[in-house]
Design a protein around this ligand. Structure first.
Ligand SMILES: Nc1ncnc2c1ncn2[C@@H]1O[C@H](COP(=O)(O)OP(=O)(O)O)[C@@H](O)[C@H]1O
Ligand SMILES: [Mg+2]
Length: 256
C-alpha cells in the first residue's frame, strides 16, 4: 500500500497541435494525454498521418504545442522560449534517429561527446564518461574509429551512447532500427532492453510490430488522438543468455 508515487519522466496533458495553413487548419494532435513513468519503455505507433512525427517533435522539444502542457521534471515545455527549448533539447533529451546522424570527421568517443560540446561541459571527467559509454555499448576497443569504419549496427550503438551522455529524462528513438537488417535490429533491441532493465526510460516511434513487441507499452495514435494505450501483450524479452550471445556477435562485427 502507501507505495511512494512513481517518478515521472514526462507528463503530457491535453496536448494539441494545430498547423495553420492558408486555406485550413490541420489539427495534427487533438488532445493527447499520457504519463511516462521513469523506467517505462513505450512504443508509439499509428498509421501515416496519425500524428506520430508531430508528437515526437513535441516530446523532443523541437516544437511547442498549440494547447496543453508537457511537463519535463518541473518545467512546462509548452511555455518555454526558443532558447529554453534548445537548451533542454541539448541537455536532457537523448535522440536516436534512423540515420544515426554521426559526424564523419569525429571518432567514436568524440561523437559520443558532441552533446557536451554544445553544452560547453567538455573536460577530462566527461571524456572518461564517454569512454565508459562506448564500452557499455560494446565499442570500448574502437574509440578512435570513424563512423565510416563501423557497421550500421555499430554506428547506431555510438548514437545510443551519445544519447545517454547527458543523463536524459528519456531516450527518444525515431525508427531507430529502420535502416538495419533483422540481425542488427535484434542487437539494437537487446541493447535497448538492457538499458531499460538498468532503469533508462525509452520512447520509440516504430511502424513495425516486430520492434514494438519488445517495448512494455504501446500507444497507438489515430487521427491525432490516442486510440490505444496499453501494456504489450506477450512482450518479447531477450534472455540474459541471448543478450550475451548477441553482444558477443555484435562486437566481432566487421573486424578491421
Ligand atoms: N508542418 C506541417 N504543416 C502542416 N501540416 C502538417 C505539418 N506536419 C504535419 N502535418 C499534418 O499533420 C498530420 C499529422 O502528421 P504527422 O505528425 O507527420 O503524422 P505521422 O508521423 O503519423 O505520419 C497530417 O495530416 C499532416 O499532413
Ligand atoms: Mg511521421
Amino acid at each position: 500500500m502507501n507505495a511512494s508515487p512513481k517518478k515521472m519522466a514526462a507528463i503530457i496533458s491535453g496536448l494539441q497541435k494545430h498547423y495553420v495553413l492558408k486555406s485550413e487548419t490541420v489539427r495534427a494532435l487533438r488532445g493527447v494525454s499520457f504519463e511516462v513513468p521513469e523506467g517505462d519503455y513505450v512504443a508509439i505507433m499509428g498509421p501515416s498521418g496519425s500524428g506520430k512525427s508531430t508528437l515526437l517533435n513535441l516530446l523532443g522539444c523541437l516544437d511547442r504545442p498549440t494547447h496543453g502542457s508537457f511537463l519535463l521534471g518541473d518545467d512546462d515545455v509548452a511555455t518555454m522560449t526558443d532558447d529554453e527549448l534548445s537548451a533542454i533539447r541539448a541537455s536532457r533529451i537523448g535522440f536516436v534517429f534512423q540515420s544515426y546522424n554521426l559526424i564523419p570527421q569525429l571518432s567514436v568517443v568524440e561523437n559520443i561527446e558532441v552533446p557536451l560540446y554544445y553544452k560547453g561541459t567538455l573536460n577530462s571527467e566527461s571524456r572518461k564518461r564517454s569512454i565508459g559509454l562506448a564500452a557499455m555499448v560494446g565499442l570500448g576497443d574502437r574509440l578512435g574509429h570513424r563512423p565510416t569504419q563501423l557497421s550500421g549496427g555499430q554506428q547506431q550503438r555510438v548514437a545510443i551512447a551519445r544519447s545517454l551522455v547527458n543523463d536524459p529524462y528519456f531516450i527518444l528513438a525515431d525508427e531507430a532500427t529502420g535502416n538495419l537488417d533483422s540481425v542488427t535490429t535484434e542487437e539494437i533491441l537487446a541493447l535497448f532492453q538492457r538499458l531499460n532493465d538498468e532503469g533508462r526510460t525509452i520512447i520509440m516511434v516504430t511502424h513495425e510490430d516486430e520492434v514494438s513487441v519488445h517495448a512494455k507499452r504501446v500507444i497507438r495514435l489515430r487521427d491525432g488522438e490516442i486510440q490505444v494505450d496499453e501494456p504489450i501483450k506477450n512482450r518479447q524479452v531477450f534472455t540474459e543468455e541471448q543478450i550475451k550471445e548477441i553482444s558477443k556477435n555484435a562486437s566481432s562485427e566487421s573486424e578491421e
